[in-house]
Design a protein around this ligand. Sequence first.
Ligand code: JFZ
Length: 421
Amino acid sequence: ATGVNNVRAQVSYTPTVGNMATRRNFQDMKFGLFIHWGIYGILGDGEWVMHEKKIPYDSYKRLATFFNPQEFNAKEWVAFAKKAGMKYITITSRHHDGFSMFGTKMSPYNIVDATPYHKDPLMELAKECEKEGIELHFYYSLLDWGRADYAFGSPIVDGKPVNGDWDSYIKFMKDQLTELITKYPGVKGIWFDGDWERKEVNWHYNEIYGLIHKLNPSIMVGNNHHLAPKDGEDFQMFEKDLPGNNTTGFSADSKIGTLPLETCETINNSWGFNINDRHFKTSKQIIHYLVNAAGRNANFLLNIGPMPNGKIQSEFTDTLAIVGAWVKKNGEAIYGTRGSTVPPQDWGVMTVKGNNQYVHITTVPQVPYIFIPQLKQTVTKAIVLGTGASVKFKQQPEGVFIYTAGLPIDANDTIVKLTAN
Ligand code: JFZ
């Protein structure tokens, strides 16, 4: 028999009209904020600290008893994302440590019941997002290091951990997902992670995805399984990788499908708060990542790990203010665009919106021109985005030459706007 994960759904998934609208809007948004926040933040050593430092679960759980993010302010977080030019937020509702960062009736190990904070920050965030027109998605971990029914480390036989209670674990996840979808206003996406930890187990995706779409057909489901999209999924993500680059241990099976794409990356080298990580990406690196993702038809989900007190560190706010100012000025060539039929070039990438083709020159070449191969349309006009100054070009059967001499060079991305029919 083939692996249980490869068993095809009896009836394959057809997205609703509402779901297709969510997908289009998702592709239009282009730039999102990923947030990894949990009780691990207290140790300041990333979200894998329990596993990596071999902290026994019962000891680790004590972190909850003094997790008290008094300075968390949903307004500040949403304003921060907006200022950076981001249109949506994807936040960890529960990570591999199994701790629920939301109010749940399905386990006492959650922020409302197990911490002195006693409040639900995800509810505050959901309300603020709705008020401010920022879309909210939830990250949800399939992997759980602590629950007895998951039985981390157990051998898997017949699609189940032999030492656990797999039916109980699947039910627990379904019950929590039901809460996340029905209690929080405006949620539009579920981002699964952890599939890769147990390749041979039966995750019951048909039931889980089916439940999500039954509760809210407009919600998008994605899964960081590093495989080709499975039946019932609505978007495909590439973690720490641009689509097509396959540099982060992705198998050939992670080839690009037809669903909306999203790539995520960290602002330093950590997902969860890491007090010792000062490998901050520059605003230029972040802008390039955003532009390179857009040119490959993908969204960019940039991650930060807020501090355990609820504040976002100043290195992040400073850098993202610069990114935000750039996106505000050049957003026409990012938001609402799709990837071009012209593949990425040495000099940069192209994005498309209607009759406009945006040429993103991220590396100005030595020669005084760039060459765009394979452009099917006829270019009638070329201008500098922003100033409107005309740009010299020449179209030949094999492609278009854009002359760069005298172009006002933007240190991040020099954008030429083509009208092409
Ligand atoms: C996973 C998580 O483990 C991590 O904590 C974070 O949430 C990130 C977004 O997703 O990270 C992974 C998952 C898979 C691989 C590497 C990191 N992998 O298979 O190479």
